[in-house]
Design a protein. Sequence first.
Length: 208
Amino acid sequence: MFAALLPKSAPFFEMLFAQNALLCQVAEQNVRLFGNLENRYHAYKRIAEIEHEADTLYRKISRALSATFITPIDREDILRISQGQEECIDRFQSLAARITSYNIPDMLFPAQRTAAMLKDMLILTTEMLHGLHKRHDCHKSRVFRNLREECDSLVAVGLAELMEESDLNSSSLPSVLKWMQIYDGLELVLRQVTDLSEHIEEAVMKNV
């Protein structure tokens, strides 16, 4: 009888896992976005659909935090992780809109590889979240940082190649400018994914 009167926590980890799964789906579609031209619009449309679903889930988590007294970890950590995942999805969606509007026929290898590695980085955040849920450090921080450094190198190489192309051929300038915007978008996504990893890592350190 007494147990039934105790305040209950909302299923915060379940919602964070669902939000993270949507984020990983967006990252997968982002890889397809950097693939064949014929798949690009479908990938963009799917990202937009997932982004809408993620917005609904983010509002649900925020409302639950406002209405719940007991939380499995500090409510500030739940909010930061949820906001971080939501902002990652928003960055991916902005990048997808940019790429689709540019209608570039062929994708450059450094950008394609960076997109693939972003997906791998987000798989690591899933493992880190499960570690937080179980109060166990799964030690993915070093692997994550290595991937981050490799992405930074790829973007730097991609930008350097663009500069060489613009110096050799002035007619390629419009394409170069578009690609600079795409690399800028990738860097923004990369920064947001890194912030998310740090939010989860800080929560793990407080709770393990």
